[in-house]
Write a protein that binds this ligand. Structure first.
Ligand SMILES: [Zn+2]
Length: 329
């Protein structure tokens, strides 16, 4: 049973919003585009892993969670790509989409691609740390201790995993998606003693879903782009310009003439992803080009957003979830 699905990472929406909002000639554009394609590739790799996991373990004995981000302390979190929980053990799968020749040693992962060497943290150790943190979390919430394992799943089909005879963990724990089934059968053979009953599993499920805290990356900071660098205007999907204006109750492109009923929600989504989750009447008018305070107030009210404060000082609270609902309507 899959208890938590994987969704498109928020960073992808943030990077796409950023690309809509910076000039074509912006010096960071190339870096942002590269990061975006890297993120898409990583996400597709994880989805291919999910596909294997879900097609193989469509059975009652396993409870599967994709993409969990759980607290270590008040400020620190650890992330799990896929957690497979059974009554007698848990297994963590750490998906990696890394092109090139991959050489694992205990300290690092060395990747050679087009004659260039890059160093990454050792994912075998990363996955073992996740086992440790999850066991600690179980202990904290009085969940019986269960044996556990982890595997690193290389999801980029064309990368080469180089053997390392001095590091046996590579041959045991670094696998391809197709090997998940046989590895899991081995783990199952090894840990046959059921420890968690149905109630324990339900408790773990509730706990993990409650503690899961989605990341909110600071994409502007990451690329050192200030709010002043963002272009104003409302994006037209017809001609890819920031050229939509409010004309006689419609959002209409002043270049190609396309009207877009959802243009306002899209604008507010970009603002939420890149700038702030709060908006005032004044800020709303700056963003939309609507000049009347009264009209802006009417439009804001129609969005049914929660707010704080009265009159001129009123701050409306935007959220990605609420805007998605409006976009889907
Ligand atoms: Zn247009």
């Amino acid at each position: 049973m899959v208890k938590k699905l994987r969704t498109t990472p928020i960073i992808i929406f943030m990077l796409e919003a950023l690309l809509r909002r910076i000039p074509q000639t912006h010096p960071k554009r190339n870096d942002i585009e590269k990061e975006l394609s890297r993120r898409w590739a990583g996400f597709r790799g994880e989805q291919s892993l999910d596909y294997y996991v879900e097609s193989l373990f469509n059975r009652e004995e396993y409870t599967v969670f994709h993409d969990l981000r759980l607290p270590i302390s008040n400020e620190a979190f650890f992330q799990i790509d896929t957690l497979i929980l059974s009554p007698s053990f848990f297994t963590i799968l750490e998906g990696k989409y890394i092109l090139g020749e991959l050489f694992f040693d205990p300290n690092q992962l060395e990747r050679t691609l087009d004659g260039k060497v890059d160093i990454f943290p050792n994912p075998i150790v990363q996955a073992e740390n996740q086992q440790y943190f999850l066991s600690a979390l179980f202990e904290k919430y009085s969940i019986p201790r269960v044996p556990n394992t982890s595997f690193v799943v290389i999801t980029s089909p064309n990368s080469i995993i180089k053997p390392n005879p001095d590091y046996p963990a590579v041959s045991q724990k670094v696998i391809r998606p197709a090997a998940i089934r046989s590895k899991l059968d081995m783990v199952k053979q090894k840990f046959r003693n059921p420890i968690l009953d149905k109630k324990d599993i339900q408790k773990v499920t509730r706990l993990l879903l409650k503690l899961h805290t989605p990341a909110w990356p600071k994409v502007m900071e990451k690329f050192q782009i200030s709010e002043e660098e963002l272009l104003p205007g409302i994006y037209c999907e017809g001609c890819n310009h920031l050229s939509i204006k409010r004309i006689r109750r419609n959002w209409t492109c002043t270049i190609c003439g396309k009207t877009d009923k959802k243009a306002l929600f899209k604008l507010l989504m970009d603002y939420t992803l890149l700038q702030d989750s709060k908006i005032t009447n004044q800020k709303f008018r700056e963003l939309t080009g609507v000049s009347s305070v009264h009209m802006a107030s009417k439009m804001l009210k129609s969005l049914n957003l929660p707010y704080k404060g009265e009159l001129r000082h009123r701050e409306y609270e935007l959220s990605v979830e609420q805007l998605r609902k409006l976009l889907d309507m």
